[in-house]
Write a protein that binds this ligand. Sequence first.
Ligand code: MLT
Length: 209
Amino acid sequence: MSTVAGHPADFIHRFVPGNRADATPLLLLHGTGGDETDLLPLGQMIAPGATLLSPRGRVLENGMPRFFRRLAEGVFDHEDVVRRAHELADFVSGAQARHGLAPPIAVGFSNGANIAAAMMMLRPDVLAGAVLIRAMVPLPDPPQADLSGRPVLILSGAMDPIVPEADATRLAGQLTAAGATVTHEVLPAGHGLTQADVTLARRWLADHG
Ligand code: MLT
């Protein structure tokens, strides 16, 4: 496992080489206040043996790392979303080249899921697919991307106080319109991660990763 605090174009991150050549690498993207270590156990549970790349968001909100700026809860700075999605996509492409990796499947939670969704729509070639846990629409009017053949699993919580179900449904619609194959499951859950998320993500990755 390596930890890197790189130059400005880089992200502090963890890279955990896998031991299964056939497993698609995972790009793990934490939620607000998390860091590069947060989702490593989740990655190991849902895709045993897969290579894991886990960056820390570079935006600080009252000291809490995030992947882009927001103006209030659920109100995003869209210019910053675009800029940060490109920065993260550049980092992922660089890491792919450095480590000889296939395009990863993003596994994002909350803010991490939102930046993953933005990356899919802005840089469709960088990710092989995505598991978006408690995601909402990151860009109201995304550019036309071609996501044909890209699988996406959206896991929403029916009692999520932060993400209205209609918002996650709108995101599913945006991704489907771009050609992605979207599975949207609404769990009897709130905003937090549950065992059902782990089980569904593992099952889905066994078919798509
Ligand atoms: C966000 O991106 O702001 C999330 O959806 C909510 C959060 O991170 O708390």
